[in-house]
Design a protein around this ligand. Structure first.
Ligand SMILES: O=C(O)CCC(=O)C(=O)O
Ligand SMILES: [Fe+2]
Length: 341
């Protein structure tokens, strides 16, 4: 295995401290970060470290349930529920070695919550955490709207979590531990390289449980940034890592960059071989929202249509990858990358 090529670069760190009085300054920093890097981290964002930790503790309690119990809430077409070893990325053609559980606010979640007796308090606490993520997201949405010349509440209204059309998701993720004494097979991926197709992702990582890497710029020299030069995004306590998704890229007429990222399979000295827990809050537009950038670079599409096309692109890429691989092992349930993602 050839060693991974790395390049150091600073991921912009943006403080939301005193937000109402610093909107202009924060907008400037966010727009710069969105245009150049597509990734940035947030500090002083109002979700406290104990609140984040307690949601991670809930996540651990969910994933430590027996598979039979988790199977009561399987991954569904409305992009909710639990999957394990099932998400095949077009970049790799193999299922990510992880499990995930996706929650939404609205009617899409019907049938995807476990019975209250299994994990008492899980639903109430998770929804509370999701509302906190929404409140942070709305601050960023205001700034992005201002930076693009829309009304301040333009993106906030488009992502209204109180509407049944809401598609926003909190995804809990658990990557399995890897034995450092056994060479890891070439076909083992924690999360293959991909871009998110949502508006904006808020990612929570745990200190020490590293692995998130980004491929600078959208100008990856190989398809899906395989074999490219990567930059590590080390977890820091209390910080939220944010990345622009394909939706905001096209909604900004490509001014903002949706950036390739992955969770590296541990295989080199310094990598984290233990289990990794992370949580991703995917801001998705309501299905009936009309999406078009200020310069009308692309024809207007609805939120539903945008998601559908992104999924189709993904399946096409996956098909091509499968045809190109001599031998591919694909699980029977394919979780389309980017539904959440
Ligand atoms: O687990 C992580 O750190 C990244 C997850 C991710 O990129 C995704 O689910 O889209
Ligand atoms: Fe992602």
């Amino acid at each position: 295995m050839a060693p991974t090529k790395y390049t150091t670069r600073t991921i912009p760190k943006i403080s939301l401290h005193d937000f109402p009085n610093r909107i202009e300054e924060i907008t400037h920093s966010l727009i710069t970060a969105a245009q150049t890097d597509g990734f940035f981290t947030l500090t002083n964002h109002t979700i406290s470290t104990p609140e984040i930790e307690s949601q991670f503790a809930l996540s651990e309690s969910f994933f430590s349930l027996p598979s039979d119990t988790k199977s009561l809430v399987p991954f569904s077409h409305s992009n909710t529920g639990w999957e394990a070893n099932a998400q095949v990325r077009p970049s790799t053609g193999f299922a990510d070695r992880k499990e995930s559980y996706q929650m939404q606010f609205g009617s899409a979640m019907e049938g995807s919550w476990l019975p209250e007796s299994v994990l008492p308090g899980f639903k109430v606490q998770s929804l509370e955490f999701m509302r906190k993520c929404q409140s942070v997201s709305e601050k960023l949405m205001l700034c992005f709207a201002r930076g693009l010349g829309f009304e301040d509440d333009y993106f906030i209204k488009a992502h209204d979590i109180s509407r049944p059309e809401s598609q926003t998701v909190l995804r809990l993720l658990h990557y399995f531990p890897v034995d450092p004494s056994v060479p890891v097979p070439d076909t083992y991926y924690r999360a293959g390289a991909h871009v998110d197709w949502d508006f904006l992702t808020l990612l929570f990582q745990r200190p020490h449980q590293s692995g998130l890497e980004i491929c600078p710029g959208r100008e990856a020299s190989t398809a899906f940034a395989m074999g490219d030069t990567w930059t590590k995004v080390e977890p820091a306590e209390g910080e939220i890592v944010c990345n622009i998704g394909d939706l905001l890229m096209s909604w900004s007429d490509d001014r903002f960059k949706s950036t390739f990222h992955r969770v590296k399979t541990p295989q080199e000295v310094g990598d984290w071989f233990g289990g990794r827990y992370s949580m991703a809050y995917f801001n998705q537009p309501c299905t009936d929202v009309v999406i078009q950038g200020p310069g009308k670079k692309y024809p207007a599409v609805t939120g539903r249509e945008f998601t559908k096309r992104a999924m189709e692109r993904n399946f096409r890429a996956l098909d091509e990858k499968k045809r190109g691989l001599a031998e591919v092992r694909v699980e029977e349930v394919v979780v389309p990358e980017g539904v959440a993602v």
